[in-house]
Design a protein. Structure first.
Lengths: 373, 415, 145
């Protein structure tokens, strides 16, 4: 009787699957339930954003940036606008800066709600997902009030905003903030402290800081490994240096530092911090100011290039814009955070079971739109 | 019951010339049809209830359009499923693919023959009733593995294998907890088990709170056993937190992925039949079956008064603080207590055993099962196994010994 | 081999030979005073339809908090650059993307294949002189007006 030879099976979590967040294909090589190799196959949502941008004028690229990361469109537009403004050297009115920060942080809350909700959904808790979307509806109502759209806004233009916020917006945002903090406590009660959830998420997919930095992981996934890198604090852009907020780090409360539970919990805490920032921005919002006054009539940045980083809900969103003096950019490269975040999954997912791979994928919070562009 | 129905048929003058065996045959057929009808209607009602309960827990409304408050939704769904194209994958194993769902359904429905719905409604009064129910209901594993294998789909196979491992592992603690109850009663006959829970006695034999003589209040060991049985039974019927085999977000639909139309409806039917079976068993074995919780009509009135007081406290201290006042606890209990005191006949009816109490208890357990499903995330398959073999099994064995010790201490058995 | 360029960009930019990329990056990562442990971005760039392609590396030191930009140039067809994928694992996918869209090969990359486009796509679209083929697997490729 020789040794039993068990073959490894290649399992395909195909592009259509309820738990891969978007059209992502994972080729899993498994021995029974234990995964030995994960190969993500992407490109199903490639829409050639960068090639399009080379044929569009600078201001016409803005709606396209929103469509790349459709769950955090305000963040994408904000990053692009700031990159071009840096090349042009524009000084923005105060009101524009404050409003942009408010929208960016509200967008961060909305995006983290989706991340938290779908992570619960991936491990089987269906109810918190519905609760998270209940809050998200309130935020989307605010966005609709301001820009007219719920998901893809074309609102943060180069040099200002598309239009000013309507009257009643500030009050409604205060109402939302007042209701929001206790909701976060509710999520903690129903999901964060749940023993079964902790068993599914703690010690799963542990990412050490060295692996995280080497693979280019940024954002909450990096901070969950204990690395204190938040672009809003290290390289403050816009007016983030005027606000008082903490950067939550993963501390390994329920397991190892850098496991999926930490990545989830950092997002929950970041929602609270973003609510703090929005409140401070609303308090300090200048009443006067024309949001369109700094928008240049013709956008022709001088020859040169810029690489501008901003803190997207998913991580470091970088825009590498090259100009040759014309009104059409020569090159727009979007360095999307989820692209690098996803590449780490083979390193941290080995040796776990298939259910754990799904939990790890959920905790990394990817959006295929910005991975494939 | 079959015999009494046969006698009833023969009691008609025109039909009396039929002969015993033919009358018996007809009544057997009628009783089987009744059981199957009960299972089918039960599934239809439960699907609707599950959707409504889950919707209310998730701050939504659920089905509202088809029929008043969406009551005809399941009927519409059933009609839709019946007229779907029957797709069998090309490389699927046809005989197993066809038979698999039927085995699961038949195994679930057949167990209802031994379940006493009330003191007179019982299809087959078997001496080995409990043993019959537990053993026949384990045949569903065969159907699940057949379905998963015949689909020729790696994901279905995963689901089927996980399910087989899960069901077989949880049979053992479930069986041992039931044996603890059998040790108290001394019989496997389900009707006897219920009749042994008549009357009222103290909580845990010595604490002087008068409670119905149900086995859940018999001793701390049986109290624990009821929870262990509930957990094990949730795993047996593949419901969250143990629904790894059909985990929606991981394996699409697990072993049910390739089945569409009527075949999928059969899976669904059998899932709710299993859930009902488990609820019946909990109600029979631990909660006194068709026995009423009230000893007599005076007991009914006083108990309802206490319940009203508790609901007043609950409304004042809990509901107003949360800010969600609703009519249900207070209004319902007020209605019941006023009716009981004004109409003694109502109180007499409340305190008499019957089908009503059995269905109440079953409904409560099913509500618990639904509550679990929409609250908890699901356990991973190895955690599931860990819970079964390393947590519940040792506890249930200790339980069995504890019950024996308790019975000796409380004087029920002598050495 | 190395040329230092000061431009209006915020970070100092250094132009490096394509064949020296790996050794330069190793030095940048391990030198005590530099410690560039994070590759923020790796992009390809086609300035116009004729001259050499350029590849830009944006490096960042999380420890010492300074930035540097590296540039290298390759010929338009069959350009080869030393891969830094074993030094910065970020570069693994970024180099695959640059190969996919610009046609630049990276020497020493563990698994250089297309990432965003299909495996059997012909051509490298981000080059300015790219024209798509007539057919792909029997389907006509529509011309964009």
């Amino acid at each position: 009787m020789g040794r039993l030879h068990a073959e490894e099976m290649v399992l395909n979590m195909g592009p259509q699957h309820p738990s891969t967040h978007g059209v992502l294909r994972l080729k899993l090589t498994t021995d029974g339930e234990i995964v030995s190799h994960i190969e993500p196959v992407i490109g199903y949502l490639h829409r050639s954003f960068e090639k399009h941008a080379e044929n569009l004028e600078y201001q016409m690229v803005t709606p396209f940036t929103g469509r790349c990361d459709y769950l955090a469109a305000m963040g994408s537009e904000h990053g692009y606008a700031m990159a071009v403004e840096k090349m042009l050297g524009i000084e923005l009115p105060e009101r524009v800066e404050y409003l942009r920060v408010i929208f960016a942080e509200l967008q961060r809350i909305a995006s983290h709600l989706v991340a938290v909700g779908t992570f619960g959904l991936d491990v089987g808790a269906i109810t918190p997902f519905i609760y998270c979307f209940r809050e998200r509806e309130l935020i989307l109502d605010l966005f609709e009030m301001a820009s007219g759209a719920r998901l893809l806004y074309n609102y943060i233009w180069i040099g200002g905003l598309a239009h000013d916020v309507p009257p009643g917006f500030v009050e409604k945002t205060y109402e939302f903030l007042d209701a929001f903090d206790e909701r976060v406590t509710e999520y903690n009660q129903i999901l964060t402290g749940n023993k079964i959830f902790i068993e599914r998420a703690a010690d799963i997919g542990v990412m050490t800081p060295e692996v995280a930095i080497n693979y280019g992981v940024t954002g909450p996934s990096l901070r969950a490994s204990g690395v204190n890198l938040d672009i809003r604090k290290t390289q403050p852009y816009s007016i983030y240096d005027r606000f008082d907020f903490d950067v939550p780090l993963g501390e390994g409360i329920q397991g190892t530092v850098g496991d999926s539970w930490d990545r989830y919990y950092v997002r929950v805490l970041e929602m609270k911090e973003s609510a703090k920032i929005v409140r401070q921005a609303l308090d300090q919002l200048p009443v006067e100011g024309d949001v369109k006054s700094a928008i240049p009539r013709r956008i022709r940045p001088p020859k040169g290039e810029v690489y501008f980083r901003s803190e997207n809900p998913r991580g470091e969103l970088g825009y590498y814009v090259v100009s040759n003096g014309k009104n059409v950019p020569l090159r727009v490269k979007m360095r999307s955070p989820a692209f690098s975040n996803l590449s780490v999954i083979n390193e941290i997912g080995q040796g776990f079971m298939i259910s754990d791979v799904i939990a790890i994928l959920g905790s990394l919070d990817i959006v295929l739109g910005e991975i494939d562009r | 019951m079959i015999q009494s129905l046969a006698n009833w048929i023969l009691s008609f003058d025109i039909l009396s010339g039929m002969g015993q065996s033919i009358a018996w045959g007809i009544s057997l057929f009628v009783v089987s049809a009744l059981i199957f009808a009960f299972v089918a209607v039960n599934a239809i009602v439960l699907v609707y209830i599950e959707r409504k309960v889950s919707a209310f827990m998730q701050v939504r409304l659920g089905p509202m359009r088809v029929g008043k408050f969406g009551t005809l939704q399941t009927v519409a769904d059933a009609l839709k499923l019946l007229q779907k194209e029957d797709i069998i994958p090309e490389k699927a194993d046809k005989p197993l693919f066809v038979i698999g769902p039927w085995i699961i359904l038949v195994a679930s429905v057949v167990t209802f023959a031994a379940i006493p719905f009330s003191d007179t409604l019982l299809a087959a009064n078997m001496n080995i009733g409990l043993f019959y129910v537990v053993s026949i209901s384990s045949i569903v594993v065969l159907g699940i593995v057949m379905a998963g294998w015949a689909s020729n789909n790696k994901w279905s196979l995963y689901g089927a294998m996980r399910s087989a491992a899960q069901i077989i592992s949880y049979e053992i603690p479930v069986g041992i907890t039931l044996i603890a109850v059998v040790a108290v009663v001394g019989s496997l006959n389900l009707q006897t088990i219920i009749q042994a829970q008549a009357g009222s006695s103290n909580l845990f034999h010595w604490i002087p709170i008068p409670l119905p003589n149900w086995f859940i209040f018999h001793s701390p060991f049986l109290f624990l056993a009821s929870f262990i049985y509930l957990i094990g039974a949730t795993a047996e019927i593949n419901r969250t937190p143990f629904d790894i085999p059909e985990s929606e977000s991981e394996l699409v639909a697990g072993f049910m992925t390739e089945f569409s139309g009527l075949r999928w409806a059969l899976f669904f039917l059998s899932e709710y039949a299993n859930a009902t079976l488990v609820a019946f068993l909990v109600a029979i074995v631990f909660l006194g079956g068709w026995q009423s919780p009230f000893a007599d009509y005076k007991g009914a009135q006083i108990s309802l008064l206490i319940v009203t007081l508790v609901s007043i406290m609950w409304t004042i201290f809990v509901k107003t603080k949360v800010g969600r006042l609703s009519v249900y606890p207070l209004g319902l209990s007020l209605l019941l207590v006023v009716a009981a005191w004004l109409f003694p006949g109502f109180a007499v009816w409340l305190s008499s055993p019957g089908l009503f109490w059995m269905l109440m208890k079953v409904a409560f357990i099913i509500f618990l099962l639904m509550w679990f499903r929409w609250t908890f995330p699901r356990l991973r398959v190895d955690q599931l196994m860990y819970v079964s073999w390393k947590v519940i099994l040792p506890i249930s064995i200790v339980n069995l010994m504890g019950v024996a010790v308790w019975m000796w201490l409380s004087g029920e058995i002598q050495f | 081999m190395i040329e230092f360029v000061e431009e209006e960009t915020q970070n100092p930019t250094v132009v490096i030979d394509a064949s020296a990329m790996a050794s330069v990056c190793t030095y940048l990562k391990e030198a005590e005073v530099l410690q560039f442990d994070s590759l923020m971005n790796l992009a390809g760039h086609d300035p116009d339809g004729e001259s050499d392609l350029s590849i830009i590396y944006h490096l960042h030191s999380t420890v010492l908090d300074h930035y540097i930009t590296l540039k290298t140039f390759t010929p338009r067809e069959n350009g080869v650059v030393e891969s830094v994928a074993n030094i910065y694992r970020t570069a693994d996918w970024h180099e695959r993307e640059t190969y996919d869209l610009f046609g630049v090969k990276f020497n020493g990359h563990p698994d250089l294949k297309r990432i965003l486009l299909e495996e059997d796509w012909e051509g490298h679209p981000m080059k300015k002189d790219y024209t798509p083929a007539e057919f792909y697997r029997g389907m006509r490729i529509e011309k964009v007006k």
